[in-house]
Design a protein. Structure first.
Length: 438
């Protein structure tokens, strides 16, 4: 059964995780923390913190050291990690793994005082669990049905990270996965309605995965066939009734190594079109002279809920998801200004977005997800047609992002956090590390 095999393969891989993978996990940790500090004052982050109860099990980051129950801390921290929509992304699974794995791992690590290397190994395993379950379930029908990958597959990542830190046997970890499967959920209707539940979905997944692992530790059982069984996720969510292939955990292609960091605080599928539009802007394109424009991208991007949206842009989340708005803003400003996503919609951007369409580029479609490519073509009032492609890679400094977002709160303490992450074998444990996340 898939979940039994997955638990055994993750257990085998754990002691063989390389220093390079541990370092990548540290980068993912810093990125998630940057997002949490940067998004700490947004409404959804404040709402999640407000409902946390009393308790002394775990810390809610960026709140001056406030402590609460473990499950509440996981939920609140996950919302904060997702608040900016600037989180990391694993394109193949279409999941933002940092938003679900990191809060779970840090909460359990804090409780157990786990050494930082163990914490970082748990993060690697959590990312991998998500990717392996996604590979068995993610079909075209999955998207058509309106499911959201991050919150459907997220519980497995949180459960895997927690199970590793708790020292669960492969058999117990498989039970944790089986329990976590029943918490798989999350619809994409928010992308149509412009509502905020998107920010709470991954938090529910993270909390559910932690709870599943803790229940398994206490002897609770879950169906090992919860993914590939007759009533499992593969058929219930993906509409697939054929047999799923086995998991294939390989140290030379772990999911965490294929995870990328966003350059812009918007949907992962808008990143390359934004880049192409910035290139066009650098060529002196006057947005007022754009008669029409087309975004050529992958089929996944063109069809993802909320991405092909030229007119319903009143809500901030609608703008963050829209390919048309992203390109309009980048063409106008030559960059992405975060304030464009907040407050009242600029009527000039709205008019330009309405003149932009989305089309599937067969070459980009065939290359996705191994390569994420996009092209933007504009027709100008003088009859010229000008186009630009996204660059091969937009450099993102996660360390710089963390400093920018966390320094207003932590001050010189950012250096302490950075040093601990980059020198995980120095003896710092997870509780000592979290104590710095005030």
């Amino acid at each position: 059964m898939l979940l039994t095999d997955l638990a055994e393969q993750l257990d085998t891989a754990a002691p063989r995780i390389s220093g390079e993978l541990i370092d990548q996990a540290g980068t993912c940790l810093l990125d998630a923390l940057a997002c949490a500090y940067g998004g700490r004052d947004l409404p959804w982050a404040r709402q999640a913190s407000a409902i946390a109860g009393s308790g002394d099990d775990a810390t809610i980051w960026a709140t001056g050291g406030r402590r609460t129950g473990l499950a509440d801390a996981v939920f609140a921290n996950s919302v904060a990690c997702h608040a900016l929509l600037h989180e990391d992304t694993h394109a193949e699974s279409r999941v933002h793994p940092g938003t679900v794995v990191l809060p779970a791992a840090l909460a359990i690590g804090e409780r157990l005082r786990s050494p930082l290397p163990a914490l970082l190994r748990a993060i690697v395993l959590g990312y991998e669990a998500i990717a392996q379950v996604s590979a068995a379930v993610l079909t075209e029908e999955f998207g058509v049905r309106g499911w959201r990958a991050s919150s459907v597959f997220g519980p497995f990542g949180a459960a895997a990270a927690a199970a590793h830190l708790l020292g669960l046997s492969p058999a117990a970890a498989a039970h944790a996965f089986g329990i976590a499967a029943s918490s798989a959920a999350g619809l994409c209707q928010w992308a149509h309605d412009g509502t905020a539940e998107v920010f709470f979905q991954n938090a529910g997944a993270s909390r559910a995965g932690v709870v599943a692992a803790l229940l398994a530790q206490e002897g609770a059982t879950g169906a090992a066939s919860a993914v590939d069984g007759i009533f499992g996720l593969r058929q219930a969510f993906g509409g697939a009734r054929d047999e799923a292939g086995p998991p294939d955990v390989r140290l030379d292609r772990m999911a965490i190594s294929q995870t990328f960091f966003k350059a812009y605080p918007s949907c992962a599928l808008t990143q390359e079109p934004i880049d192409a539009a910035i290139v066009l802007s650098g060529q002196g394109i006057d947005p007022e002279q754009v008669v029409e424009a087309t975004v050529y991208t992958s089929g996944v991007a063109a069809r993802y809920p909320g991405c092909d949206n030229a007119t319903a842009l009143a809500a901030p989340i609608s703008r963050q998801m829209s390919l048309q708005f992203a390109v309009a803003a980048a063409l106008t400003d030559g960059a992405i200004r975060p304030d464009r996503y907040a407050g009242a919609l600029d009527p000039r951007l709205a008019k330009l977005a309405a003149r932009i369409s989305v089309a599937v580029d067969p070459v980009a479609d065939a290359a996705f997800p191994a390569s994420r490519d996009a092209r933007v073509a504009v027709r100008l009032a003088d009859g010229r047609v000008v186009s630009a492609e996204s660059r091969a890679q937009v450099p993102v400094s996660v360390t710089g992002k963390f400093r920018s977002c966390a320094e207003p709160v932590l001050g010189a303490g950012v250096d302490t956090v950075l040093r601990a992450v980059r020198e995980p074998f120095s003896g710092t444990d997870s509780a000592e590390f979290v104590a710095h996340l005030r």
